[in-house]
Design a protein around this ligand. Sequence first.
Ligand SMILES: NC(=O)C1=CN([C@@H]2O[C@H](COP(=O)(O)OP(=O)(O)OC[C@H]3O[C@@H](n4cnc5c(N)ncnc54)[C@H](OP(=O)(O)O)[C@@H]3O)[C@@H](O)[C@H]2O)C=CC1
Ligand SMILES: O=C(O)C1=N[C@H](C(=O)O)C[C@H](O)C1
Length: 266
Amino acid sequence: MTTSAPGEQDSPSTTGEPPRINVGVLGARGRMGTEVVKAVNAADDLELVAMVEAGDWLFNVADAGAEVVVDFTRPDVVMDNIRFCIDNDIHCVVGTTGFDEAKLATVAEWLQPKPDLGVIIAPNFGIGAVLLMRFAQEAARFFPSVEVVELHHPNKVDAPSGTAVRTARLVAAARRAAGLPPAPDATTDSLPGARGADVEGVAVHAVRLSGLVAHQEVLMGAPGETLTLRHDSYDRASFMPGVLLAVREIRRHPGLTVGIEGLLGL
Ligand SMILES: NC(=O)C1=CN([C@@H]2O[C@H](COP(=O)(O)OP(=O)(O)OC[C@H]3O[C@@H](n4cnc5c(N)ncnc54)[C@H](OP(=O)(O)O)[C@@H]3O)[C@@H](O)[C@H]2O)C=CC1
Ligand SMILES: O=C(O)C1=N[C@H](C(=O)O)C[C@H](O)C1
């Protein structure tokens, strides 16, 4: 990590190379933050200027001249971090989960007076996971039954996962757009919780198990057939191409962007 003065990132390169992007990482010693720090350090076009952990002085990222902050912290602190970044004219790439429509609307409102500033919030930066969501949306209108099962490491802070909730919402929207009735099998449980959580009419089940990292299945059923879509992240390195893409692209995507589908040309 190096520290540079505010504004230093704008100084012209003496080598003819485009200037590096100054990056700050929030939650830098967490499971994801550690991986982001490694990935930024390994990228020739990025400069790690600040690493912030719980209890650290958040102004460190501004003092160090960060142009883009990457946040992998906790659902209960991420809104304060985004607010700080917007107030300090720092673009923000957010992987932390826990966003509902109301929180997204709040971030969009905070961004209004700053038309050049970007916030990208993605529940999953894994390319395969993004594709799974897209495939599930495509398939949704052909199957009367659908359920989502997410499986994660036992230390995950939230359940169900942000990815599962977004997948269920996208599938539910595709079903509504196609005029499908509610899934015929989304209701009765003789033991509370047995049928999972109801996300807009889609049942979502969360498994926590040692040995797992991050996995998701979308199961669809019609008379006489099923379709199972599955994605597995075996290593947190799987999220890094998506995170670095967002860091590199965010200055070209002002405003609020939810998901990285658009950055991938999907
Ligand atoms: N979008 C995606 O692709 C992915 C998203 N995630 C999400 O990212 C989030 C983090 O996951 P994970 O890395 O496993 O969690 P960890 O608990 O391993 O890491 C979170 C880190 O953030 C730190 N932290 C807490 N509060 C603050 C704060 N105010 N400022 C700075 N740092 C803080 C924690 O410190 P301390 O432990 O001391 O509290 C911890 O080191 C979760 O919401 C998870 O769902 C995870 C994987 C992929
Ligand atoms: O906490 C995790 O590990 C993960 N969180 C994200 C989520 O909640 O969707 C992304 C991925 O599933 C890993």
